[in-house]
Design a protein around this ligand. Sequence first.
Ligand SMILES: Nc1ncnc2c1ncn2[C@@H]1O[C@H](COP(=O)(O)OP(=O)(O)O)[C@@H](O)[C@H]1O
Ligand SMILES: [Mg+2]
Length: 281
Amino acid sequence: MTNVLLATFALLPDGETGGDLVVAALADQGISSRWVSWDDATVDWAAADLVAVRSTWDYHRRRADFLAWARAVEGETRLLNGADAFEWNCDKAYLTDLDDLPVVPTALLDDATLVRGLQTALDRFGAVVIKPRTGAGGVGVVVAESTSDPRLEGLTAAPWVVQPLVESVRTEGERSVYVFDGTAVCQVDKLPGGDEIRVHELYGGASLPGALGAESEELAERALRAVAARLGPAPAYARVDMMRYDGGLAVSEVELIEPGLYLDVVPENAARFAELVARHL
Ligand SMILES: Nc1ncnc2c1ncn2[C@@H]1O[C@H](COP(=O)(O)OP(=O)(O)O)[C@@H](O)[C@H]1O
Ligand SMILES: [Mg+2]
């Protein structure tokens, strides 16, 4: 039996919500698998036929260690998407590299450019969002309407990206489209709750199965072609997040490292992911 390791992190040893569905779906494909923490020194990665990064939701705090681990694993066995993709994708500066796509306008900020760069963005957009360049789960997402906005107290350590506050997030929300081997397979619609702009459940957001429409399907697949043109090999899996901005859909994130599969919302993603793994063995 082929043997697959699903990488998670120490606080979530059994993997993402519904992680057992992935193990069962892989078993249906004749593949044995188990969840292991990426930093567990007792794991023999070389003994696996394939390693799939899934819920490694501490990587943004431990970026250098995580990337070094990915490089080491890749030297020993197949690693889905791979360390080059992870390195490119773990810094939201990649959004500034996708200038042939509709992307939420993104500029880079650090401590030296904070006041000037923030003022420039405020002059252009009125209200802005500042967030860490390496971040996940909505951590450190700050809204500001002036350089003296008290919410700026919430900034995490530099560097950051700054974007317009995309107002449609409050009404239309954010769409997440899963793209497996270049093909859009499903959509999850996410809406923030109350005054929040973050769609995550932790902050009161709600996620529902969405209807994959032509517009989001087309943009998601186009985004993957643009990413593949930069990275060389096309990523096996991705989640493309998008919001309505300036009349059309714009990419807000391309997640190539650890996109949660939302198995509580779309349990079918377990079988889809298992089929993807089987294709790459
Ligand atoms: N420019 C923006 N306009 C409106 N909402 C935003 C913007 N940037 C982020 N958000 C909200 O914050 C959430 C987290 O930001 P995101 O860029 O997805 O970072 P993370 O990597 O933490 O998921 C998004 O899902 C969205 O709800
Ligand atoms: Mg996100």
